[in-house]
Design a binder for this molecule. Structure first.
Ligand code: ATP
Ligand code: MG
Length: 448
């Protein structure tokens, strides 16, 4: 028996009392059977969309996907997606169905769903309706297509990537026949829009099982991101490493927090430039310039996937910086935070740590140095020490008051001042800064 929140029960009961069938289905049922809290609840019903709207008269109803039979109803603050039983038909080019047909038969609705684990229905009393053996597959932690995998992947190739994504997120194995079809149909993913790919990929890299999934399904991932292909089996010929570039990458991904898509993506692509930058000297492999080449490649990849600009820019920046050595001094830490912001600085330390822990084990001691850098940065922030222009005890207006003209010289004075404050040469106090600015002004006048 699966216990349901009162809002969901209410919605199911209202539909039922109006003469319709109604069940929760999909991810929410799967998550509950796994003993996890569902993020949201999807309802499937025999009611047509306009009938659903009538049942929920007086409630807030949003026509989220009316063409596909979906309306969202807000019940006591909880949004519920309610979709009419449907059969998808006429798939063109391995993508979304051209048309949907409504049906009165729950079995037909479950048959259009991608995997058995996503096709289990539960009614308002918690009773389970399972036409495809989904419950057992959930118990055995197996991802299996509903029906013939080749046919299902041919209809909508995104399901190939969804199978891999679910394996990463849930830690389930893909069943043998479905797995074979994942590999043999992988090229069909080329017909899928970047937006749909990107959304699955983001979930995939954030999965708890991302490390092994990235290694096992690299050939599938390489269809959507061809740049990844060269990492597979690429021997680094370098004493820092015990893994090839792909295995190292997958380990680095696992070492970043799963709730940070930015860090997960940065880890996935941090060494993507390595194969292009490889050189050998005296039997040792080197990868000069790989950070910046990798950053450019990642910029191209994430633009192609139409990822939002903020995520793309942060990921690219982290990759570009991932190999820089940061000196273990307050001055160096302040300079770095000034140049790149404290947010980037802390993310960078996390990426570096993930990278370090994916090297040969003897290098793990380097994490202590990264931890010390983090502590230094935290101390600077908690003591509110100055590392950026806006924290200086004087500003442009103050300089104008003492005789500076707005423009280049004023800007140079401020940045010179900041540099001296960061290096400890000047105190960040109004009097000493004004004194410095005045002497600079005099020197400047003397020079003219
Ligand atoms: P998540 O926890 O990631 O939301 P989910 O199973 O709810 O997992 P959704 O993408 O929200 O996944 O889709 C909801 C349901 O719709 C799925 O459980 C599945 O039954 C069905 N579904 C979604 N996409 C497809 C597809 N491409 N082909 C067939 N069925 C699909
Ligand atoms: Mg869902």
């Amino acid at each position: 028996m699966v216990k349901l929140p009162p809002q969901v029960k209410k919605a199911l009961r209202m539909l039922r009392r109006n003469g319709f069938e109604a069940y929760i289905i999909g991810g929410c049922v799967r998550d509950r059977l796994l003993g996890e809290q569902p993020k949201d609840y999807d309802i499937t019903t025999s009611a047509h969309p306009e009938e659903t709207e009538r049942v929920f008269e007086g409630f807030r109803v949003i026509e989220t996907g009316i063409k596909h039979g979906t309306v969202t109803v807000l019940i006591d603050e909880m949004p519920l997606e309610i979709t009419t039983y449907r059969i998808d038909s006429d798939y063109v080019d391995n993508r979304h169905p051209e048309s949907v047909t409504f049906t009165k038969d729950l079995r037909e609705d479950t048959a259009r769903r991608d995997f058995t684990m996503n096709a289990v229905a539960v009614d308002e009393n918690g009773a389970i309706v399972d036409f495809h053996g989904g419950r057992e597959d959930i118990e055995r932690r197996i991802i299996r297509c509903v029906g013939d995998p080749d046919k299902r992947f041919g209809e909508d190739a995104l399901r190939i990537l969804r199978a891999v994504r679910f394996s990463s997120v849930l830690g389930f194995e893909i069943e043998q026949r479905t797995k074979e079809a994942v590999f043999s149909n992988k090229e069909l993913l080329k017909n899928i829009s970047s937006e749909r790919i990107a959304s699955e990929l983001l979930k995939l890299v954030c999965g708890k099982n991302a490390r092994s999934v990235i290694v096992e399904y690299i050939d599938v991932l390489s269809v959507v991101i061809p740049e990844l292909a060269a990492m597979k089996g690429f021997d680094q010929h370098n004493f820092h490493h015990i893994y090839d570039v792909l295995e190292h990458t997958a380990a680095a991904v696992e070492n970043t927090p799963a709730d940070s898509p930015v860090l997960r993506l940065a880890a996935l692509f941090h060494d993507v430039g390595k194969p292009l930058c490889f050189s050998m000297k005296d039997g040792v492999g080197h990868f000069y310039g790989h950070a910046s080449v990798g950053a450019d490649m990642t910029n191209a990849i994430l633009s192609r996937l139409k990822l939002d600009n903020a995520t793309r820019e942060t990921v690219v920046k982290l990759i570009k910086l991932h190999d820089v050595q940061i000196e273990e001094t307050e001055t160096a830490v302040k300079r770095c935070m000034n140049r790149h912001t404290p947010e980037i600085f802390f993310l960078l330390l996390q990426l570096k740590k993930a990278d370090t822990l994916a090297l040969a084990p003897k290098w793990a001691v380097r994490c202590e140095y990264l931890d010390r850098l983090k502590k230094t940065a935290e101390d600077i922030l908690s003591r509110k020490e100055c590392f950026s222009m806006k924290q200086l005890a004087v500003n442009g207006r103050d300089l104008i008051t003492i005789g500076y003209a707005p423009g280049k010289e004023l800007g140079l004075c401020l940045s010179d001042m900041l540099e001296r404050v960061i290096s400890g040469e000047l105190a960040n106090e109004r009097d000493s800064l004004i004194g410095f600015a005045l002497s600079r002004l005099c020197q400047e006048a003397g020079r003219r």
